[in-house]
Design a protein around this ligand. Structure first.
Ligand code: 13P
Length: 235
């Protein structure tokens, strides 16, 4: 299982360090082989001394080694911390910050060429979900355009936009149906994200074809995130 925490624009450098120390101590005490990913804000990136099950990733980066792209970070800034994991295509980048599929694909192609582990996010907005499963799948597949689905270090995260940060989780039936249809085309692990919390972690992780979770809000508390890892460990 893959259990991932997306801090978004939360936590400071200091609180991230404390969080990761607590998490590392906890994960080191387990015998499981679950993979734990943490995406802190870029100001809190560092070389952390971690057990091998935990990876730190960046939430976003510009697809260059270095250059003149004010406000962005590139490969040089990431490699300083020996980081080789990134999120790409998160709904907040697509829908709030206006990233196009072309930009998302460019990032994917660049970081794939550098061998990064990529958590690639897709997910439909509410008005598409309301049109039914065919529209949902057409939308999700359109977000995979130009993406090499054979890439060995690819992880897909299915995060319906209407379930992110809203407290509205997709129903188990909706998740199961969508993941099954995605799995017809994708061999990579697929995570679910969207209002995952301690109380619904078990039922979501037990859904067929669900290989893990990508957690926002509920992961910002290290104790809650450790509880989710423990639940995964017991499945
Ligand atoms: P929430 O868990 O806050 O709904 O966020 C999900 C998400 O966007 C993770 O990337």
């Amino acid at each position: 299982m893959i259990i991932a925490a997306n801090f978004k624009t939360n936590h400071t450098r200091k609180s991230t360090k404390e969080y990761i120390e607590t998490l590392d101590k906890y994960v080191s005490s387990l015998k499981n082989d679950d993979s734990v990913l943490v995406f802190p804000p870029s100001t809190a990136l560092d070389k952390f001394n971690l057990t091998e099950n935990i990876s730190i990733g960046v939430q976003n980066a510009y697809p260059v080694e270095k250059g003149s792209f004010t406000g962005e970070i590139g490969l040089e800034q990431i490699e300083e911390f020996k980081i080789d994991t990134t999120l790409i295509g998160h709904s907040e980048r697509r829908h709030v910050l206006g990233e196009s599929q072309d930009e998302v694909r460019e990032k994917y192609t660049f970081f794939k060429s550098k061998g990064f582990q990529i958590v690639y996010c897709i997910g439909e907005p509410k008005e598409v979900r309301e049109q039914g499963i065919e529209a949902v799948m057409a939308y999700n597949f359109s977000q995979l355009e130009g993406i090499d689905l054979e890439y060995e270090n690819l992880i897909i995260a299915y995060e319906p936009v209407w379930a992110i940060g809203t407290g509205l989780t997709a129903s188990n039936e909706q998740i199961e149906e969508t993941l099954a249809l995605l799995k017809n085309k994708i061999k990579s692990p697929i995570l679910y994200g969207g209002s995952v919390k301690v109380a619904n972690t078990k039922e979501i992780l037990e859904i067929k074809n669900c290989d893990g979770i990508l957690v926002g809000t509920a992961s910002w508390d290290v104790d809650a995130f450790c509880q989710m890892i423990e639940i995964a460990d017991n499945i």
